[in-house]
Design a protein around this ligand. Sequence first.
Ligand SMILES: Nc1nc2c(ncn2[C@@H]2O[C@H](COP(=O)(O)OP(=O)(O)OP(=O)(O)O)[C@@H](O)[C@H]2O)c(=O)[nH]1
Ligand SMILES: [Mg+2]
Length: 308
Amino acid sequence: MSPVSIAWAAGLSRAGRSLRDGINRLFTAAGPDRGAILDGLETALLEADAGPDTAADLVEAVRSVRIPEGGDEAAAVRVALKERIRELLAGCGPDPSAFREKPWVVLVVGVNGTGKTTTIGKLAHRFAAEGRKTVIAAADTFRPAANEQLAVWAGRAGVPVISQKPGADPASVAFDALDHAVRHGADALLVDTAGRLQTKVNLMEELRKIRRVIAKRMPSAPHETLLVMDATTGQNGLAQARQFTEAAGVTGIALTKLDGTARGGVVLAIRRTLGIPIRWAGLGEGIEDLRPFDAEAFSEGILGEERQ
Ligand SMILES: Nc1nc2c(ncn2[C@@H]2O[C@H](COP(=O)(O)OP(=O)(O)OP(=O)(O)O)[C@@H](O)[C@H]2O)c(=O)[nH]1
Ligand SMILES: [Mg+2]
């Protein structure tokens, strides 16, 4: 395995556990009986939060596999499953066009408490470590102490944060910060926003306004609208994300708290259902605990050779 795969395998040992264990168990228990394997696979996928459509999709991929006389049924199923998972997750990972514009503007959105501010701290740290001049906009002017929390993260990452008083217009903060980033030749601007429920029409309208005002200062921005999603909310989170995506023009997903769920199947459901690339995976609360999403390593983590 590559170093990236090893890091993933460690970080995702929990997230992929239910699926990996379920699949390994069923290969041992079902023997060469394809029908039993298919039933068990569907159950394992549902238990791992892959959702009914994605589970049916993967079962179908396995159903059509042909095994030569005397061939290894379990091995063939494993290969077919891995292949389909790779297909489903193709195109995930950090945006290949990132930093083509200067500054590269990332608007970070999501429901309350999903990990937006933490993810911004981790991204700022990563960008700064890559030698990219990074600025953060504190456009969550709603939650008390949001400025302070962001300032702590910015301090850790060693990047400046542009803020106004609590209660200020978030679009105005975003504009000021972008203006600062442009004038100072920054490579990246990360815009934090307040958590909001996708059902609150006025709050979704506020996001649209932030986007419009950003575009007034830099017509091509925001270049990425990153939806931060909590992996532990599972299928319910998926439904929320769908509406959020429709309303806010999301172009990528950061999936957080993958370290806190045994149900990594939600990764497959998100990609297949929403069709939006998963760019980043949050695997803990520390500044280093963010990984570029790697489809290869993820499928290896789920379907690796390790057995009980
Ligand atoms: N285990 C784990 N915890 C995380 C991860 N990302 C964020 N958290 C925790 O989730 C909690 C909420 O994180 P925040 O970054 O404040 O979330 P937010 O989306 O900015 O919240 P609001 O601004 O209130 O909507 C904190 O306790 C974080 O430490 C992750 O990848 N794994
Ligand atoms: Mg926040």
